[in-house]
Design a protein around this ligand. Structure first.
Ligand code: NAD
Length: 496
């Protein structure tokens, strides 16, 4: 963590190279270190290492591969506080939140420990007389994982353990805003017994990404980030003949029906709207208040939001800073625009007095009421601590609003009416749905992914989708010679 330059990890060792960029401590505003930014030479070295390691890892016995996964799980668990500290220092989210991120990543490692069961094929005896058929799944080769700044540990762990357990080698390109956690993950993999070259960290920006997307040795790309980049990655990597899953941005609505439990709903809105300063792809950014619950709900959210302590994530605050000064200014600009367009600023985070030293990138929790669908604060993904309340008259109007939105990552309904919840689950065009659960991130053995502009490709992350993505299938039809099929017959084979 004290390293002056967060470099690459190639062939099981730290490796410098390329241009450099600055990494900030967002709570103080100070430059904490530099990050290496790969150019073509570093991309080539990283991919060559991953390609060279592939045949050996692919052919390593499943039992041995699994043992590495179990060892990595133990080491990750032991290092969880160190990882959380690194996350807080470079991302800014408060320590308890960073610990939660590591815990959710760990769950995917535990899922991947069961890879033996997940890779089993099917077998059919006597599909035709004397003929048996079986299926198998094999790894793809070197694959690339490109991750966003907001979950520097959890998002890489959505993919890396499953890809490695299935016999692939992985080049991870972390966000250049918080590059250090990936290097500790690399050290843990090595200590777990993973052979050199199976896991590589390539630090960098667009240049590194483009190098991976175009490289013929990279067989698949798992991307998570903003929608414009996700769309671009999907198109460019697909054009290069690769398998691609590209998860994009979000605008998650929380529909609150008049019969919802007011206190629990307000708690949920505050937790899901302002946790991690709103820098979560599953954050609630829009509360859709149906009917007469709007006034008491806005009052209850405002009361809770006003009491939150914003500051340095290492000081036990509720909410930390935003990731960069530019991002903080951009989010504050959306609040200004919303106010100018007629939204009522109920809680104003622009006036925050943070509990922190230096000049960190802070914006306090902000609550906007009477937001309407044409305002930029509604149409755009803001990715900050800004909760917008849109008032509607009916469930039907609320549903139409959610379904008209270009994003379809997550949504939630708050109600005590089971029939309404069931109808919402059936009718809403969104990939992940919560019923009285504001951030419905699926557990590791289910798959994570949105609809519409929140995901390009057709496979979601982790769970059985993840295993499917990182393997390809074969079907073998076999017959052992015996006298029953002697003789010439040029007809098309029939199954009888
Ligand atoms: P981003 O799109 O700016 O960056 C993501 C990755 O792409 C980084 O590794 C970055 O270096 C690289 N990148 C950036 N610009 C690029 C370009 N022009 N060409 C090629 N590569 C480029 O996203 P971010 O700001 O790091 O992360 C926040 C975004 O990620 C939000 O939109 C959020 O909703 C989204 N996100 C989505 C999910 C999901 O599961 N759908 C999860 C987490 C974050």
């Amino acid at each position: 963590m004290s390293a002056e330059i967060a470099g690459h990890w190639i062939n099981g060792a730290h490796s410098p190279g390329g241009r450099t960029g600055e990494v900030f401590d967002p709570a103080t505003g100070a430059v904490a270190r530099q990050v290496a930014l790969a150019g073509p030479a570093e991309v080539e070295r990283a991919v060559a290492a991953a390609a060279a390691a592939f045949p050996g890892w692919r052919d390593t016995a499943l039992s041995r591969r699994t043992r590495v996964l179990f060892a990595f799980r133990e080491l990750l668990d032991a290092a969880k506080d160190d990882l959380a500290e690194i996350i807080t220092a470079e991302h800014g989210k408060v320590l308890s939140d960073a610990q939660g991120e590591v815990a959710r990543g760990l769950e995917v490692v535990e899922f991947a420990c069961g890879i033996g069961h997940l890779l089993k094929g099917g077998y059919t005896e006597n599909a035709s007389t004397g003929v048996n058929v079986h299926s198998l799944r094999q790894p793809l080769g070197p694959v690339a994982v490109i991750s966003p700044f907001n979950f520097p540990v959890m998002v890489p762990l959505w993919f890396v353990p499953i890809a490695i357990a299935a016999g692939n080698t992985v080049v991870l390109k972390p966000s250049e805003k918080d590059p250090s956690a990936a290097l500790l993950l690399a050290e843990l993999w090595k200590r777990a017994g993973l052979p050199d070259g199976v896991f590589t960290v390539l630090q960098g920006d667009k240049e590194a990404v483009d190098g991976l997307l175009d490289h013929p040795a990279i067989k698949a790309v798992s991307f998570v980030g903003s929608t414009p980049v996700a769309r671009y990655v999907h198109e460019r990597a697909s054009a290069a003949g690769k398998r691609v899953q590209a998860l994009g941005g979000a605008k998650n609505h929380m529909v609150v029906l008049p019969d919802a439990d007011l206190g629990l709903t307000a708690d949920a809105a505050v937790n899901a709207g302002f946790g991690s300063a709103g820098e979560r792809c599953m954050a609630i950014s829009v509360v859709v208040a149906v009917g007469e619950i709007a006034d008491p709900l806005v009052a209850a959210i405002a009361e809770r939001a006003s009491g939150l302590r914003t500051g340095d994530g290492r000081r036990g605050c509720d909410m930390g800073p935003l990731v960069t000064a530019e991002h903080r200014d951009r989010v504050a600009g959306y609040v200004d625009a919303g106010e100018r367009a007629g939204a009522r600023v109920v809680v104003d985070g622009r006036k925050v007095e943070p509990d922190a030293d230096g000049s960190g990138f802070f914006l306090g929790p902000t609550l906007l009421d009477h937001v309407t669908p044409e305002m930029s604060v509604y149409t755009d993904e803001i990715f900050g601590p800004v909760l917008s309340v849109v008032r509607v008259d009916s469930y039907t109007e609320a549903l139409a609003l959610v379904n008209a939105n270009r994003y379809g990552n997550g949504t939630a309904i708050f109600t005590t009416d089971g029939g309404a919840a069931r109808r919402f689950e059936n009718e809403v065009e969104v990939g992940m749905i919560g019923v009285n659960v504001p951030i419905p991130v699926p557990v590791a053995y289910y798959s994570f992914g949105g609809w519409k502009d929140s995901l390009f490709g057709d496979t979601h992350a982790h769970g059985t989708d993840g295993v499917h993505f990182f393997t390809r299938g074969k079907v073998v039809t076999s017959r052992w010679p015996d006298s029953s099929h002697a003789g010439l017959n040029l007809g098309f084979p029939r199954n009888d």
